[in-house]
Design a protein around this ligand. Structure first.
Ligand code: PFF
Length: 383
């Protein structure tokens, strides 16, 4: 339980929660994962099931999380314990809070590795490191990036440091301030990228791919992936939204805020599709390329186009910022719990969480190189 009995800090601005929760929701899931799983599972039909999952499952679950947070005013563990004890139920329910926090942490351990890819590609774009590369070169560059633990680990360490720097500064000064410029910046860059897509020559194909419904292309695996992705993209069941909800003023409308966040997240995912697929189609590439889609195919495509390098830089800058506004939300549950229960200051809580995160994410990072053979049930730690 929060030890101090002091009133809980709240978002400063009217849009504080919506911006921060949208920042949490909009991330690698929207820009990296959504396009490639849409490609893998056949386009429009998958998109339709995904939208149905957001509406039928995602929105109600998000409302519940925000309600628990706003009412319980604490990290997932404390908030759930408080709410159930008020209604005379067993405090054992707070186990759900522990599971959520653990889940957020596990997600983050691989998330910082992928975010590290994004920062490293931003650097490659800026420094001209990809200039003149062929399809084979791109695959080799991606593989070489992963094969060197110092390089890969360096980039994921940078993401961890930036995340902890922001979270350590606090809810208003760190999280709210950073999302208040990163989110509008992200949307602006996305709009510019769509305009670029419109002129690329592949826009019509992209629209057809994303929005034409072909029931035959829908598999049960695709439906399950759509449901899983609805949870991931809305940052559900990981403590992030619940904790952000705990900073919501008492009178704020849960329904309205949830709909705003879910809508913004969905619109950004579709916009990301409309920014990426035109470039892929205009260059005759395969939309079902998998996780490497935006790291191998997209930079290659950008290179082949006038002003492509500039837009490539914009793309990876946008992706890196989206990843950061999500990663800060994933550690906030743990940091808030430590501050409330262990009597330590926020910077100490943030940096100690950062050290543990760094250790766990190093395991995920090593899955690509030194630890490629360390598997459990055929999967390595990253998976
Ligand atoms: N919603 C984020 C994304 O789409 O990239 C991922 C995420 C953030 C998952 C925060 C879980 C979380 F707690």
């Amino acid at each position: 339980m929060a030890s101090s009995g002091q009133p809980r800090i709240q978002w400063l601005g009217r849009w504080g929660f919506v911006l921060a929760a949208t920042g949490s929701a909009v991330g690698l899931g929207n820009i990296w994962k959504f396009p490639y799983i849409t490609g893998e599972y056949g386009g429009g039909a998958f998109v339709l099931v995904y939208l149905a999952c957001i509406l039928a499952v995602g929105v109600p679950v998000m409302m519940t999380e925000i309600a628990f947070g706003r009412r319980g005013r604490g990290s997932p563990i404390d908030a759930i314990r408080r709410v159930v004890s008020e209604s005379g139920r067993s405090s054992g329910w707070s186990l759900i809070g522990w599971m959520a926090m653990l889940c957020g942490f596990m997600v983050l351990s691989f998330y910082v590795v992928v975010a590290g890819w994004s920062f490293s590609y931003l650097w490659k774009m800026l420094s001209g490191g990809l200039a003149g590369s062929s399809v084979d070169d791109m695959a080799a560059i991606f593989a070489a990036n992963n094969a060197n633990p110092w390089v890969l680990g360096g980039w994921s360490t940078l993401v961890t440091l930036l995340t902890m720097l922001i979270v350590g500064k606090g809810v208003q000064e760190g999280i709210e301030k950073s999302v208040s410029w990163m989110m509008p910046g992200l949307v602006l860059m996305l709009v510019l990228l769509i305009v670029f897509g419109v002129f690329s020559g592949g826009f019509g194909d992209a629209v057809r791919f994303l929005f034409s419904f072909n029931a035959g292309s829908l598999s049960s695996a695709g439906m399950l992936a759509a449901l899983g992705h609805a949870f991931f993209t809305l940052s559900l069941a990981s403590g992030a939204i619940l904790t952000y909800g705990s900073y919501l003023p008492k009178g704020a409308s849960i329904g309205r805020t949830t709909v705003s966040v879910a809508l913004a997240d969905t619109v950004v995912a579709l916009m990301a599709g409309l920014a990426i697929f035109p470039v892929i189609f205009a260059n005759g590439m395969n939309p079902g390329e998998g996780p490497g889609l935006i790291f191998m195919s997209l930079p290659l495509a950008f290179q082949a186009m006038p002003l492509g390098t500039l837009f490539g830089i914009l793309f990876f800058l946008m992706l890196s910022m989206a990843a950061l506004t999500s990663s800060i939300s994933m550690v906030e549950a743990t940091v808030s719990w430590l501050c409330d229960n262990k009597g330590i200051t926020r910077p100490v809580a943030a940096w100690s969480t950062g050290i543990v995160l760094w250790l766990v994410s190093t395991l995920a990072m090593l899955s690509f190189n030194l630890g490629a053979d360390w598997t459990l049930a055929g999967r390595h730690f990253f998976e």
